[in-house]
Design a protein around this ligand. Structure first.
Ligand SMILES: C[S@@+](CC[C@H](N)C(=O)[O-])C[C@H]1O[C@@H](n2cnc3c(N)ncnc32)[C@H](O)[C@@H]1O
Length: 277
């Protein structure tokens, strides 16, 4: 494993995460024996807009129960389970963090979804899947940690079936200047690699993808984040939230995110691409 990969994995690794989550669920009064997927939404949707944005974006994809989806950088698996539950599709999640994959599998088993959703530890730059395996690829808030974008999007192209779609929801560079750190995906600039929207589009088109839809989600993401921050400032941290994954720096990261969005230092894009048949 090279040092960049190690440092990204270290950023997301929280020792004892399973215990931290189980304790927080218990303190929040959630009966683990009657756990529902929605109960996990505050912790298992690690992207701006959470479960709401996942559901809205997924509606545009034409998913059904015949499809096999790959969730690239699946984190704790919230989106993977959401897609499987909403559309009946098979979902494989791939993530660099072994701990996230372990916790994602535990939560999936607890929800009785393990015949439909599974997780594999691995690097998106060298995926353990044959060419043309998946009907649809889904990736949310992952590419910010990946420097070699050409390799990343070429790997996505390789494992996608001809005619298949690629759904991306990512954080990109805005025009307002450099990012305030720390942010949820990186404590320092070394682990942060943001393209501008135009650079992303060019990169994907050079590889051969065709744009089916391209939406700027910055304004709605900014409103969502500002609302979450206002609640935290008023009532303090909730029992369940992304701070359980990110630890003590979370509040500063969240404040920086609002500034980065407000000042146009980052942008959010939701795009659907197609690998032509
Ligand atoms: C901000 S989290 C988003 C997780 C998930 N997509 C979600 O929205 O809940 C970023 C995730 O990308 C994963 N990741 C970063 N670089 C990766 C790589 N090269 N290969 C696979 N996963 C990667 C991290 O381990 C982390 O789980």
């Amino acid at each position: 494993m090279n040092s960049t990969v190690k440092s990204v994995e270290a950023h997301y690794t929280r020792q004892g995460l399973e215990r931290i989550i189980l304790t927080a669920l218990n303190e929040a009064g959630i009966d683990f024996d009657r756990l529902k997927a929605e109960d996990l939404a505050p912790i298992d949707q690690f992207h701006i807009g959470g479960r709401k944005f996942t559901l809205e974006f997924a509606r545009q994809l034409g998913l059904d129960e015949t499809m096999h989806v790959l969730d690239v950088g699946s984190g704790l698996g919230g989106a993977s389970r959401c897609l499987a539950l909403e559309y009946g599709c098979q979902v494989t999640g791939l993530d660099l963090s072994e701990e996230y994959c372990r916790v994602a599998s535990m939560l999936t088993q607890r929800l009785g979804l393990d015949s439909q959703v599974s997780f594999q530890h691995g690097n998106a730059l060298d995926m353990p899947f044959a060419d043309g395996t998946f009907d649809l690829l889904w990736t949310q808030h992952v590419a910010m940690n990946i420097a070699d974008k050409t390799k990343f999007y070429s790997e996505l192209w390789r494992v996608l079936k001809p005619g298949g779609k690629l759904a991306i929801y990512d954080v990109l560079a805005g025009e307002g200047g450099s990012v305030h750190f720390p942010v949820p995906w990186a404590c320092e600039p070394d682990n942060s690699h943001l393209l501008s929207p135009q650079q992303l589009r060019n990169r994907l088109e050079e590889i051969g993808f065709e744009v089916l839809s391209w939406q700027d989600a910055t304004a709605k993401g900014c409103a969502w984040f500002a609302n979450m921050n206002a609640k935290i400032n008023q009532k303090g941290l909730p029992r369940l939230g992304i701070h359980l994954l990110l630890g003590d720096e979370f509040r500063l990261m969240a404040q920086n995110q609002v500034r980065n969005l407000d000042e146009g230092r980052i942008a959010l894009i939701e795009t659907i691409m197609q690998r032509p048949s």
